[in-house]
Design a protein around this ligand. Structure first.
Ligand code: BGP
Length: 478
């Protein structure tokens, strides 16, 4: 018998779920929407790019949230969600990214989504840019390598804050902003193949994104002082593969690459290790005095995704693991998911402590979850899924959130990824499911799109209702 968790969650804890426009909305060309970089990546971020949208791209229809949002939000409300994370598709608002005026029909869609959330008393958590930059900005300017992008993003965020600032308190500027370094096309709308992209151009793009993010924070605070702006980073605890100090140094290097983004967002300036890296690698950033001033607009909180930890080693014969965008070396002590992501609940406590110790800013876990194949069965005449594996995964991670809370870490909330099944970012599959709600659609695009609550739906409703008291000690216990 396992014992109930002793660690309480704060009464204000924001329980909910997370999605992104390009993975749920569909309606890829409805009501004046333009083409986004996702529309030309039919096989996901690892696959080849096509010249235009192709019929095999599951994201073009997604799970049709564009038309079924009311039904979906009602299901989230049934689970007791306090918060719902979604993103705004930039190309719905500015179809080409550099248009002078926004597309009213696109704006009106998010008014309707917000109306529905308000009706159910669910707090919105909005990602301004989630891997879905308008394609025209990639084609005309090579994305964030160009300084002009700061201006286009500024125009976009001004429209969003003017329109929704009075009804959306929590905003995230860029999804997994550090992914730009690892996948320039997704994070930065940069079409130059990674092997041909110079470090100079990559770092300049990083700088432009960081300035744009800080500018959004400034504009938000000028619009309404009560708006809370967070950065969003892909969190990945890195462990040394061996106790060899050379491996520990390899960890330090990997950490610096990832933590740079949080460091700039929280401290408002580049840390010494980044300046050294640029100095020693012949990278000369074009930083203006105005940029330096803008960067001082630091975030109110730090949000992050967490799926796995990795190991690092200085040894040249690295057996690399598959992973959530960032490679790394496989940890021999951990189990893999069906997609080769290593499951490490304790890593979540580690990363919460690391971020809290480093930044002393409230933290928001805005993605976490198990991508797995599900089998639809019938129970009492109703289609459902017995997803005990998903329940165990989430339970074990939440136990570690409780541990971090007990460590004194300030955690605002938890929005597990893909609270309703959606199209995968890395592989563009439907069969890699994360949801509490099953969506009837397969990898070939067949299916009714009907929604069916899984066993985890009822489990999560209990967790929320009991504010975490129904969680059980799991295998992830340290
Ligand atoms: C993160 C992205 C999400 C999401 C998630 C799961 O990197 O922010 O968009 O998709 O990973 O990844 P996948 O869909 O590849 O399983």
């Amino acid at each position: 018998m396992t014992a109930p968790t002793p660690q309480p969650f704060p009464e204000t804890f924001l329980w909910g779920g997370a999605t992104a426009a390009n993975q749920i909305e569909g309606a890829h060309n409805a009501d004046g929407k333009g083409v986004s970089i996702q529309d030309v990546l039919p096989k996901g971020l690892m696959g080849p790019r096509t010249a235009g949208p192709t019929p095999d791209n599951l994201k073009l229809e997604g799970i049709d949230f564009y038309h079924r949002y009311a039904e979906d939000i009602a299901l989230f409300a049934e689970m007791g969600f306090k918060v719902f994370r979604f993103s705004i598709a930039w190309s719905r608002i500015f179809p080409n990214g550099d248009d002078e005026l926004p597309n009213e029909a696109g704006l009106a869609f998010y008014d309707r989504v917000l109306d529905e959330l308000e009706k159910h008393g669910i707090e919105p958590l909005v990602t301004i840019s989630h891997y879905e930059t308008p394609l025209a900005l990639a084609e005309k300017y090579n994305g964030w390598t160009s300084r002009k992008m700061i201006g286009f993003y500024e125009r976009y965020v001004r429209v969003l804050f003017d329109r929704y600032g009075h009804r959306v308190k929590y905003w995230l500027t860029f999804n997994e902003i550090n992914a730009l370094v690892h996948f320039p096309i997704i994070g930065g709308a940069i079409l130059t193949p990674p092997e041909e992209l110079s470090r100079q151009d990559l770092f300049q793009a990083v700088h432009h994104v960081l300035v744009a993010s800080a500018l959004a924070t400034r504009i938000a605070h000028e619009t309404r002082p009560d708006i809370q702006v967070g950065c969003m980073v892909l969190a990945i605890p890195v462990y040394p593969l061996t106790p060899d100090p050379a491996d520990v140094l390899a960890v330090l290097d990997a950490d610096h690459t990832n933590l740079l983004f949080g460091d700039v967002h929280v401290r408002g300036t580049y840390p010494g290790y980044a300046l050294r890296h640029m100095r020693e690698n012949g990278i000369e950033l074009d930083i203006t005095d105005e940029d330096r001033e803008i960067l001082k607009n630091t975030v109110d909180f730090v949000s992050f995704s967490y799926y796995m930890s990795i190991c690092e080693t200085a040894a040249p014969d690295r057996t690399t693991g598959e992973g959530n965008i960032i490679g790394g070396v496989k940890n021999p002590t951990l189990q893999d998911t069906e997609w080769g992501w290593q499951i490490d609940p304790v890593g979540l406590r580690v990363v919460l402590n690391q971020f809290w110790d480093r930044w002393q800013k409230p933290l928001f876990i805005v993605e976490n979850g198990l991508g797995a194949k599900d089998e639809l069965i019938e129970v009492d005449g109703r289609p459902t899924v017995n997803d005990d594996h998903r329940i165990a995964y989430l339970n074990d991670h939440l136990i570690q959130v409780g541990e971090a809370l007990a460590d004194g870490v300030d955690v605002l909330g938890y929005t597990p990824w893909g609270c309703i099944d959606l199209v995968s970012a890395s592989t563009a599959q439907m069969s890699k499911r994360y949801g509490f709600i099953y969506v009837d659609r397969d990898d070939d695009g067949n299916g009714t799109l009907d929604r069916h609550p899984k066993k985890s739906f009822h489990w999560y409703a209990d967790v929320i209702r009991s504010n975490g008291a129904s969680l059980r000690r799991g295998d992830g216990r340290p």
